[in-house]
Design a protein around this ligand. Sequence first.
Ligand code: HEM
Length: 125
Amino acid sequence: TRPGTMFEAIGGFDSIDKLVTAFYRRVSMHPDLIPIFPEDLTETARKQRLFLTQFFGGPMIYSEERGSPMLRRRHLPFEITPTRRNAWLACMSEALIEAEIEEPYRTAIFEKLSMTANHMMNTPE
Ligand code: HEM
């Protein structure tokens, strides 16, 4: 693990794993998100662990498997409205607390993910 990265600062793979588990447990119960996610989130969560690891400065394991993230393009098949963006971020905000990601990292991560989430919107309300 490269020192000085967000990935290292928050506790590496173990913390990403806790965060992703807490996040998809919420997604699976959120009425605004259920319609667009698969019922079995195992594979979705696996890809998200790979992605967030690399997004926070850890090993580039998402791109090794999936290539360039091109996240906006990968989200085009799903109708991502402002309501769904808000729901996604609400699940993430609670998951950051459950996974015990401490400040200042919690806020920094939330802001980084908020910018990406804004970029994913592709459908008006
Ligand atoms: C995949 C929804 C934002 C990262 C997906 C999938 C859905 C989805 C429905 C497909 C799940 C599957 O079929 O397995 C949303 C919604 C968002 C959002 C509603 C609200 C704005 C984000 C953000 C990130 C992200 C902000 C990254 C920080 C990913 C990744 C995948 C994914 C890495 C897997 C892509 C792949 O196939 O390799 N998302 N997403 N998403 N999402 Fe999002």
